[in-house]
Write a protein that binds this ligand. Structure first.
Ligand SMILES: *Cc1c(COP(=O)(O)O)cnc(C)c1O
Length: 394
């Protein structure tokens, strides 16, 4: 062969005896066929076969299969972010004239998607009290095609009664989708509790290192998977095998990470109760958290994210307290090895329930640093807050 040809033909090498524990990163745009007949028959390969890199490679399929097993589903669909996991479910289920119900504590970009994308296209949404439980039945009329749940809510931590909501939805033939990012399939498996879609922001605990963005949707019904894959094909959305390889590496340590972070977060949450600068601790493992009994019944274990309602302080005091941190990083997102804190504005995102707390909400994500060092750092933040002039006077 000519050198120019040799440059583009990779020689086959002996793979015999090569047994690595790592999942190979298979990169592809085009998929080639051994002969004309198999090319002609490519459309019969369906979404489980290989037709184009955008629709799947052995690397992406490995991650899909692993999540499917963990969730006890039949197929998983991967998307470029956790937000996309939510929107792809909504786009695959809802048509103009339909309505979706979303909980008041929902991940705020989901509410924006309902208001700014779905509503102008004739798809309505209603916001409900996350603690509504079986009472959701009263909101499900014949236009409601999807009930969304997020349990616990990732800012205010209300634990939802998923089995009761599922029972009410099933009675009316309505689908239920669950954002399970806080729990991961290690703590809660929505499909086992009757939900139709189990969504994860893999960006958080599965990735586990703050260096990737991915989302997943696991289902137990092939028709739902087919619809979502058609939506993705239509929009031209797929995921990179490199991201999936990172997620496949991250998921190997997820069990240990989540167990450790859960223990530390429960310990910190208990110790923070009664702190003079803390109005309320919102951690599903504490009775002070709305839905705590449901957590006890359905989950019984924690991951590393919880929130503090602080005593009233002004922005200046909050800013000074955040700047005093030496171990925690300041930032949203969560689930990585580094501990994070982020003040979150809750009030503006509430429409179905009132948020009456006078002080700010501080979200805490526990990472893998030495716990005593984290505790000292968090105590430093609270003591700087306590020294703010308004609080010294009080
Ligand atoms: C972070 C998060 C998302 C979005 O995930 P991205 O990958 O950042 O888009 C969705 N739901 C919950 C509960 C989240 O915490």
């Amino acid at each position: 062969m000519h050198d120019l040809t040799l440059c583009v033909h990779h020689p086959a090498v002996n793979e015999e005896g090569y047994a690595s524990l790592a999942v190979p990163t298979h990169r592809a745009s085009t998929i080639v066929y051994p002969d004309g007949a198999s090319f002609m028959a490519r459309k019969y390969r369906g979404f489980d076969g290989y037709t184009y890199g955008l629709h799947g490679t052995p690397t992406t399929r490995t991650l899909e299969a692993q999540l499917t097993q963990l969730h006890d589903g039949i197929r998983t669909v991967l998307v470029p972010s956790g937000q996309a996991a939510v929107t792809v479910v909504m786009l695959s289920v809802l048509m103009p004239g339909d309505k979706v119900l979303v909980p008041d504590h929902v991940y705020p970009p989901v509410r924006s998607f309902c208001a700014e994308y779905l509503a102008p296209r004739g798809i309505a949404y209603d916001v409900y009290d996350p603690l509504i439980g079986a009472g959701i039945a009263d909101l499900i009329d014949e236009t409601v095609k999807l009930v969304w749940v997020e349990s616990p809510g990732s800012n205010t931590m209300e634990v939802q009664d998923v089995p009761a909501i599922v029972a009410a939805a099933k009675a009316k033939g309505t689908l239920v989708g669950c954002d399970n990012t806080w729990a991961t399939p290690l703590i809660f498996k929505p499909l086992e509790h009757g939900a139709d879609f189990a969504c994860e922001a893999l960006t958080k605990y599965v990735g586990g290192h703050s260096d990737l963005l991915l989302g997943s949707i696991t289902v137990k019904d092939m028709a739902l998977r087919q619809k979502m894959k058609e939506i993705l094909r239509g929009f031209g959305i797929g995921v990179s095998p490199d991201e999936c390889q990172l997620a496949l590496r991250g998921i190997e340590t997820m069990g240990l990470r989540v167990t450790h972070m859960g223990k530390v977060s429960e310990d910190f949450a208990r110790r923070l109760m009664g702190h003079p600068m803390v109005e309320r601790v919102l951690h599903p493992a504490l009775p002070s958290c709305p839905g705590h009994d449901i957590w006890k019944r359905d989950m019984g274990r924690s991951s590393g994210l919880f929130s503090l309602v602080l005593k009233p302080v002004d922005d200046e005091a909050m800013s000074a307290a955040l700047s005093a941190l030496r171990v925690f990083a300041i930032g949203a997102s969560w689930g990585g090895t580094r501990s994070l804190v982020a003040p979150q504005a809750v009030g503006p995102d509430r429409t179905a329930t009132a948020w009456t707390a006078k002080g700010p909400l501080l979200r805490v994500s526990i990472g893998l640093e030495e716990p005593d060092e984290l505790w000292t750092d968090l105590s430093r933040l609270l003591s700087v807050l306590g020294q703010a002039p308004a609080n010294r006077a009080a």
